[in-house]
Design a protein around this ligand. Structure first.
Ligand code: ZN
Length: 368
């Protein structure tokens, strides 16, 4: 009985092997065929996305299919007419905000639609801060200059009239404009978020970046007693929107995303206390633990001190080699492995980078 069972088992095993040897190549062929078909489809879809003679909705649908296959959403380029339509819709949205919150005053810059109930001086300061921020980020991300006559879509009417007289401008990373809304008090801010974004901000939230898959970005912030800290969170959130729109809709890893946002905020608003406080906390934590607490692999949460450590890491990378930083951001946005990209352009893995950051703060032996 036992031998018979063994014989049956051997027979089943042999039949299994035979079947597997026949079936596996068939599956492998299916797999190869599917991969090949995906590659063909992707090439066709990418051509469709770029073909401005195809209606916008069809191009957007192709972009969303590319996202289904690759996990990354390519932005759909727009004709001048589609761009104007998008801007018209964004302005209509801001008008709805103003109808609900009549104290909001709105203005339009080349890259932003800005609405706020801030007093005149703060209003002016924020407006010029946004433009300065855009310039700094374009420099760090190496956004190309374009001839304004070829980049009419983002320009105001006055800019269009004077196009031949003005210097090249940075390419517009937004689809039409980025909408920025700043409130002077918390209850208006919370009501606004509830009404237009269907969410109550968690306690203590000073700003949010609403980034949408259709390419619309809205930044909202509130005053919480100190104007420089308001400016700092505004720059932090708007930088998130900029990173989101840069190249492709694929998020930077958490530490790099928060690090770039806090680095930009600290650079542009050195008077604010929020970023320096987090950086002091980071130094204290490194002294105590000799570790970055797994910062490089965090995917949904960083402690406040890790924001400080992330910003200092970005600062270190930018100082060491700003050109390599551009490649790092570009490759990571295109889906490359972050640590491998760091090794490629900086010759640093996470362990070496953590050690270097520690040494820059006078602390030996800091581990990732
Ligand atoms: Zn953030």
């Amino acid at each position: 009985m036992k031998r018979f069972t063994i014989r049956i088992e051997i027979a089943v095993f042999a039949a299994g092997l035979l079947l597997t040897s026949i079936v596996c190549p068939v599956f492998a062929q299916f797999d190869d065929f599917a991969k090949h078909q995906n590659a063909v489809d992707l090439t066709e879809m990418r051509q469709q996305i770029e073909d401005l003679s195809i209606p916008y909705e069809q191009r957007l649908a192709a972009a969303l299919k590319v996202r289904e296959i690759t996990g990354r959403l390519p932005w759909t380029p727009m004709t001048s007419k589609e761009w104007s339509q998008r801007l018209y819709e964004q302005k209509a949205t801001v008008k709805r905000y103003q109808a609900a919150f009549p104290k909001l005053r709105c203005c339009e810059t080349r890259y932003f639609l800005f609405a706020s109930d801030a007093p005149p001086q703060m209003y002016q300061e924020i407006q010029s801060l946004l433009d300065r921020m855009y310039g700094v980020l374009c420099e760090k991300f190496n956004i190309p200059f374009v001839d304004p006559s070829q980049e009419q879509a983002g320009a105001s009417n006055a800019e269009k009239r004077n196009a031949s007289k003005v210097k090249p401008v940075r390419k517009n990373v937004w689809q039409a404009k980025c909408v920025v809304v700043v409130f002077m008090n918390e209850s208006d801010y919370n009501q606004f978020e509830m009404r237009f974004f269907n969410q109550k901000p968690s306690t203590g939230t000073r700003g949010l970046c609403h980034q949408m898959m259709d390419g619309n970005v809205t930044i909202t912030c509130r005053f919480a007693g100190d104007k420089f800290n308001l400016y700092s969170s505004l720059v932090h959130e708007t930088t998130h929107g900029f990173s989101f729109m840069h190249r492709i809709a694929y998020p930077l890893p958490l530490w790099l995303n928060e690090g770039v946002s806090d680095w930009t905020a600290r650079t542009l608003v050195p008077q604010a206390t929020t970023c320096p406080t987090k950086q002091k906390q980071a130094v204290a934590a490194m002294q105590k633990t000799r570790s970055l607490g797994g910062m490089f692999h965090a995917s949904d949460h960083l402690d406040p001190w890790q924001y400080g450590a992330a910003a200092m890491t970005v600062n270190l990378l930018l100082k060491r080699n700003p050109g390599a930083f551009v490649h790092l951001i570009d490759d990571v946005k295109d889906g490359a492995d972050v640590e491998q990209t760091l090794i490629k352009y900086y010759n640093l893995d996470y362990a070496a980078l953590a050690n270097l950051l520690g040494r820059a703060c006078g602390i030996a032996g800091v581990k990732p």
